[in-house]
Design a protein around this ligand. Structure first.
Ligand code: AMP
Length: 437
């Protein structure tokens, strides 16, 4: 976690929030917080280019809480809406609101699909100030007349590019059409990348925005030790077992490009006595929650995940990230390895590369502008000799070597729309105790 020399006091946060932030253990703001919080507190719209792991949740949650607190009314009603693509992110954002807003009298909750809507409706009827929602369940409850967005003063769109990837853009537009017009609300818009559709959406939603960019996006995560193993596809599982044994990693996140691949990897490890679980979009929410908790608590040594299921996962102390498959989008490589260097910790990222994946490695090395150190001495050497070093000055970004549609959609494994088996996250409860002004 990169921090700055600026202090939270200098950002003009109110004492209650400074206390919340201090109790969360944050000493200094991250760059995205330093750059976003002051203009957001002035009521400006923001377009922020930042990924998960940069501290962007606090970058929007702190100004939302402060602005709502300054104008708190007698009864809670939905005055801030945070739209987020996945249940996991929704639950994490809700937990962050609970942490930062602990000393305020604001109510917040998260809604997402796959669970019965009764308890959510009950809580909504009691009134909330901040609603965090995935698009599907939000639209369901709006259609049932349980939610009205007419009083929204601040709208946060989180992970806009993921919304696009998951096919949520039409739902997002349905939601935004129900908000007060853009000059009558404040909009905070975040996306890790800015493809043309997302720029166009930003144009529609934002009013004279301040642009904030987290520059680290295309840089390697400095604290991660990276290694690449060349191996034949058929021998990757054996190599994984060898690597697990040799590295002795205690909290290992393994990335698989497909859901089926994730299941197969987990099965093989399980048979060899490794305590493991897999998470992806075909798993029930209960199974995903159980797996995540087990991984967080240290009961599971290995978690096998698809990119989408792992996106935004905030688990401390991951010792190793293993790319069982190399991602075909080089930016995904950076997102993945960043899981093992959160909050200033260092970690190790090991990638397996079979013959078909060598073009992906070229893309990755050009993006991060460095050669990933090769481990050539291992038990499963490839049948083809390792490739010549990548020419780093070649064109970065979209490469002709990327495979056609199939593998990209497969990498969106967690993207089932309304989701199944959602639940009210731990953070779904209101902050307490609560005093009302
Ligand atoms: P986010 O990008 O919002 O998912 O945050 C990533 C991680 O950084 C979370 O574990 C946060 O609790 C943590 N974090 C956010 N802001 C700070 C900060 N200013 N100092 C230290 N850690 C932070």
């Amino acid at each position: 976690m990169q921090v700055t020399r600026v202090t939270f006091d200098e950002l003009q946060l109110i004492p209650e929030l400074l206390r919340g932030v201090r109790e969360a253990g944050y000493e200094q703001p991250t760059p995205i917080q330093r750059d976003t919080i002051p203009p957001a507190l002035e009521g400006r719209d923001i377009i922020g280019c930042a990924q998960t792991g940069t501290g962007k949740t606090a970058a929007f949650a702190l100004p939302v809480l402060q602005l709502l607190d300054a104008r708190v009314g007698d009864e809670p009603r939905i005055r801030a809406l945070v739209l987020t693509p996945t249940r996991e992110l929704g639950a994490q954002i809700n937990a962050s609101f609970a942490t930062y807003g602990k000393h305020l009298e604001l109510w917040h909750m998260v809604i997402f699909g796959g669970v019965k809507d009764g308890p959510q409706k009950e809580e909504l009827r009691r009134g909330v100030d901040v609603l965090i929602a995935t698009p599907g369940r939000l639209l369901d409850l709006i259609n049932q007349g349980e939610i009205s967005l007419g009083g929204v003063e601040i709208f946060v769109l989180d992970e806009a590019d993921r919304m696009l990837d998951m096919g949520f853009l039409p739902d997002v537009k349905r939601v935004t059409a129900m908000l007060p017009t853009k000059t009558r609300r404040q909009t905070l818009f975040f996306s890790a990348t800015m493809p043309p559709e997302i720029r166009a959406l930003a144009g529609e939603l934002l009013h004279d925005p301040v642009s904030v960019t987290e520059a680290r996006l295309a840089e390697p995560v400095d604290l991660v030790t990276q290694q690449i193993y060349f191996v034949d596809k058929a021998q990757k599982r054996e190599l994984l077992l060898e690597v697990l044994e040799q590295t002795g990693g205690t909290r290992v996140l393994v990335f698989s490009r497909t859901k089926h691949g994730a299941n197969r990897i987990a099965k093989v490890l399980d048979r060899r006595g490794v305590v493991v679980a897999a998470i992806h979009g075909n798993k029930s929410q209960a199974a995903r929650t159980r797996a995540l908790e087990g991984f967080r608590q240290g009961d599971l040594r290995v978690l096998v995940a698809t990119d989408l299921a792992a996106r935004g996962l905030d688990v401390d102390g991951i010792t190793h990230v293993i790319n069982f498959d190399l991602p075909n989008e080089p930016e995904t490589y950076i997102h993945r390895i960043g899981r093992t260097a959160r909050a200033g910790a260092s970690g190790i990222a090991i990638s397996f590369c079979d013959a078909d994946e060598r073009p992906f490695l070229v893309d990755i090395e050009r993006l991060i502008k460095q050669h990933i150190p090769q481990v050539l001495e291992h038990g499963y050497p490839p049948s083809q000799p390792p490739p010549a070093p990548t020419r780093l000055d070649g064109p970065p970004g979209p490469s002709s070597s990327r495979p056609a549609a199939g593998s990209r959609s497969a990498s969106r494994a967690g993207g089932d729309r309304r989701g199944r088996g959602g639940r009210r996250g731990r953070g779904g409860r209101r902050p307490d105790p609560r005093r009302r002004a």
